[in-house]
Structures are given as structure tokens and as C-alpha cells.
Design a protein around this ligand. Structure first.
Ligand code: NIG
Ligand code: FE
Length: 422
């Protein structure tokens, strides 16, 4: 039975080419009024003027959207959702002047999440991750990339990726698993007789083959940053990942410039993420490549750092910009993707059209799914979010609020607000 979404105030289709939008294309956000949408078999069957749509589907089940804004479900293309306990003590340390990398040098930061995750069973991690992912979903996300990266041993990375697989089996939203065994050099490989080279060999010779053989990840990612992995090391690891059939992502130029954006462009990575410290040369490289520049303004806000990624320069150079939450226990413990859109308008100086396309169509492109989700056009998956607002510009405006009324993933209800606040 088809489902007809009616009584929509604004129908934000984001319709257009099934690829990342770049440069000036990011200004063109299609918003329909007096429109309706039909879903059949989990796909969008029709979108258009409501009278014609209603007349053509007399037997459809009607979903009354209550005069709200219907838009593509959000695509959060960068999260680290598999972790144990929160790291609130680091927030106070940073406030007292101890920087993110200094905390890592003292054995905290990612290392502290690694110690914690290694001590937990797969069942425990699953029980922790499930409500966290549900919270992400409750803010409008219907496609979610999820990284491993707090295990850093073969077994602990496989354990994390299996948790993602179990989450996918339990949840209606689409999860995109990424192997991030190169999130850090584990502490035990920093002193003789072991070495960082040995850990990189383990990544390349044992972990990547197993992850690929068990089909546990679609992407591989590396934290390429001075003091973590160098550009040359990242090239080695991602080069190997590609031979195992994985698509590529890169944590690039997050805190300091390291030529990582250039590397992502050179390798034809699907996305280069963070970019708060990208150089002008890196901006040009991304503008000239198919790589999506994924910006994570919540991270810099939470770290209390003044610099943000140069979104305007990237867009004006012709790059494809996406936005994501970077949900993780160290640098961005927010589940509120619309809040990230607020930051993108106020801190990155992006327009509303740009932030909506960056969180839908371009988010989908950043996980290789631009032909599947991110826009409300016939043939695309029926991934929908209904927000309790009358104008799409209210989405980044009511900052920090919860406005998501309901979502559908592949035509199936994924989230429903239990009560309206009125
Ligand atoms: O995207 N930069 C590396 N990874 C995460 C932070 C991880 C952590 O601190 O736990 C990020 O910011
Ligand atoms: Fe990250």
C-alpha cells in the first residue's frame, strides 16, 4: 500500500543531480509548498503538486504531516559511536589550559577510551551504543556513518565493527561502518621492543585483510595529524585499504596543517574530514578533486578552539562541503545534528541552503550513497525527517532545541516524538 505524505507546510526536496553539490550549486535548495509525496516499497514514488498527487493515489494511506516541514532524513557521515564511558574530566582540563594533544601525550584522550573499550565485552559495548545511536536518530538522522577506532588490536577492532553490524540488524536507519584502526598509535607500540612501524604492519597485514574478509567495513579512515599518523604513513595504510576493496576517508588537517587534504585529493578519497587547519593549497586540491570536504564545527566549539574550517573559501573555490556531528567521547559528545547546522551558519558563515544540502545530499556523497539517499526524488530511498517548524530556516535557528517530530528510513517509521511540547 502506498503512503501519501500530506498536509506539509514546506517539502524540502533537495532534488538535483545524484552526486555531491559543489560551489554555487549549494545555493540551489528546492523547497515546495502545496506539495505532497508518495512512498511505495521503501522508495519515493512521486513528489509534486498536492492536488495532482492526491488525485493519482486515491487508495493511499495518508500520513498527516500536521503542517510541518518534511525533508530528506539527515545523513551524519562522521561519528565515533562505539565507545565505553564518557570523558568529561578532559573538558575541565582543557578549560584549565591543558590542550587536546597534551592530554593525549599524558596517556589520556583516545588512549583512555582505548583502555576502557578493551576491557568491555561486545555485549556491553552494544548496550552502550544502542541508546546513543537512538539519540542521534531522534534528531533527524536516517543514515549514520560509524567508526571503530578505540580498540587498536585486531580483536578489539573486530569487536567494535561487530557491534556496528549488530546495531544495523536492530535499527531501521542505515549504518555505514568505517574501520579506523589507525586512530592512534597504541601506547604499547611506542616503546622498544615494539615500534610504530610494527603497528602499521599489523594494520596492513592483519587487520585490513580480516576486516575485508569478514565484510565488516565499507570505509577505512586514518587520523592524519602531526603527532599521530604522518601523511606518508596514511598513504601506506589507505593504499593497502584500497587493495582490500575499502573506500577511503581521512581525518585531515584537524588541528595542524599536515598536507592531509592534498593527500585525500591525491588518493581520490571519498571524503576529507575536519579541515580546520587546511592550507590554501589544500583548499585548491579539494576543489579540484571528487573528495567531499566534511566539516565538523561542533568539534572546534567543544574543544574551545578559535579556528574553524574555511567553509566559505572551500565553497567559493568550488569544493563539495558536507557537515557531520563527529559524535565521540573526546571532542564532540553531541547527538544533536541540527545544532551542528546552527554552528555552520553562525561560525562557518554558510547559508541555510548550503547547510541543508551539506547535511543531506553531500553527507550521502561523503559515504558513497548520493544515488541512494539525501534527496526526495523518485527512485531514492524513502528516508524522511519531519521537523516541528513551519519554515526550513527555523531548523538552524532554534539552536540546541529538539524539533524532530518523526523520521522514516526506507519508508519504515524510525523515530516518533512521544509528545509535543506546547
Ligand atoms: O574526530 N581526531 C580524532 N578523532 C576524534 C576524536 C577522538 C577522541 O578524542 O576520542 C575526532 O575529533
Ligand atoms: Fe572524527
Amino acid at each position: 500500500m502506498p503512503l501519501l505524505f500530506d498536509n506539509v507546510r514546506q517539502l524540502v526536496t533537495a532534488a538535483g543531480p545524484a552526486r555531491a553539490r559543489r560551489g554555487r550549486e549549494l545555493q540551489d535548495l528546492e523547497v515546495l509548498t502545496d506539495a505532497a509525496l508518495v512512498v511505495q516499497d521503501g522508495r519515493i514514488a512521486a513528489v509534486g503538486p498536492r492536488e495532482a498527487i492526491c488525485a493519482a493515489h486515491p487508495g493511499a494511506d495518508v500520513v498527516d504531516c500536521g503542517g510541518r516541514v518534511l525533508m530528506p532524513g539527515l545523513v551524519d557521515s562522521h561519528t565515533h559511536s562505539i565507545f565505553g564511558q564518557p570523558r568529561h574530566e578532559e573538558q575541565e582540563l582543557r578549560a584549565a589550559g591543558v590542550g587536546y594533544m597534551e592530554i593525549a601525550r599524558r596517556g589520556g584522550g583516545i588512549h583512555s577510551s582505548v583502555r576502557d573499550l578493551r576491557a568491555r565485552s561486545e555485549d556491553q559495548l552494544y548496550a552502550l551504543a544502542l541508546p546513543r545511536v537512538r539519540r542521534l536518530m531522534a534528531h533527524g538522522t536516517t543514515t549514520l556513518e560509524v567508526k571503530s577506532g578505540y580498540g587498536l588490536t585486531l580483536e578489539d577492532e573486530l569487536k567494535s565493527l561487530r557491534v556496528i553490524r549488530r546495531l544495523q540488524d536492530a535499527l531501521p536507519v542505515r549504518l555505514v561502518p568505517t574501520f579506523l584502526g589507525a586512530h592512534e598509535i597504541p601506547l604499547e607500540y611506542r616503546t622498544a621492543p615494539r615500534s610504530r612501524e610494527e603497528y602499521i604492519a599489523l594494520l596492513v597485514e592483519e587487520m585490513l585483510p580480516r576486516v575485508s574478509a569478514e565484510r565488516l567495513a565499507d570505509f577505512a579512515d586514518v587520523f592524519c595529524e602531526p603527532g599521530v599518523y604522518s601523511a606518508d604513513e596514511a598513504r601506506t595504510i589507505l593504499g593497502a585499504a584500497r587493495t582490500y576493496g575499502l573506500q577511503l576517508k581521512l581525518h585531515a588537517d584537524e588541528l595542524e596543517t599536515a598536507g592531509a587534504a592534498e593527500l585525500a585529493a591525491e588518493l581520490g578519497a571519498t571524503s576529507a574530514d575536519h579541515l580546520a587547519a587546511v592550507s590554501e593549497h589544500g583548499v585548491k586540491a579539494l576543489a579540484g578533486a571528487g573528495t567531499v570536504a566534511t566539516l565538523l564545527p561542533g568539534t572546534m566549539l567543544f574543544l574551545g578552539r578559535p579556528q574553524q574550517a574555511p567553509a566559505r573559501a572551500l565553497i567559493e573555490a568550488g569544493a563539495a562541503v558536507a557537515l557531520a556531528s563527529d559524535f565521540n567521547p573526546g571532542t564532540s559528545p553531541t547527538v544533536n545534528f541540527p545544532l551542528v547546522l546552527t554552528l555552520a551558519v553562525s561560525q562557518l558563515r554558510m547559508s541555510v541552503a548550503e547547510v541543508i544540502l551539506a547535511a543531506t545530499v553531500n553527507g550521502a556523497a561523503a559515504v558513497g550513497l548520493a544515488a541512494e539517499t539525501g534527496q526526495l526524488s523518485p527512485g531514492f530511498a524513502a528516508d524522511l525527517a519531519l521537523f516541528d517548524i513551519e519554515d526550513v530556516r527555523e531548523l538552524p535557528y532554534w539552536y540546541g532545541d529538539h524539533r524532530c517530530h518523526a523520521t522514516w528510513a526506507r519508508g519504515k517509521p524510525a523515530f516518533q516524538a512521544t509528545r509535543a511540547i506546547a
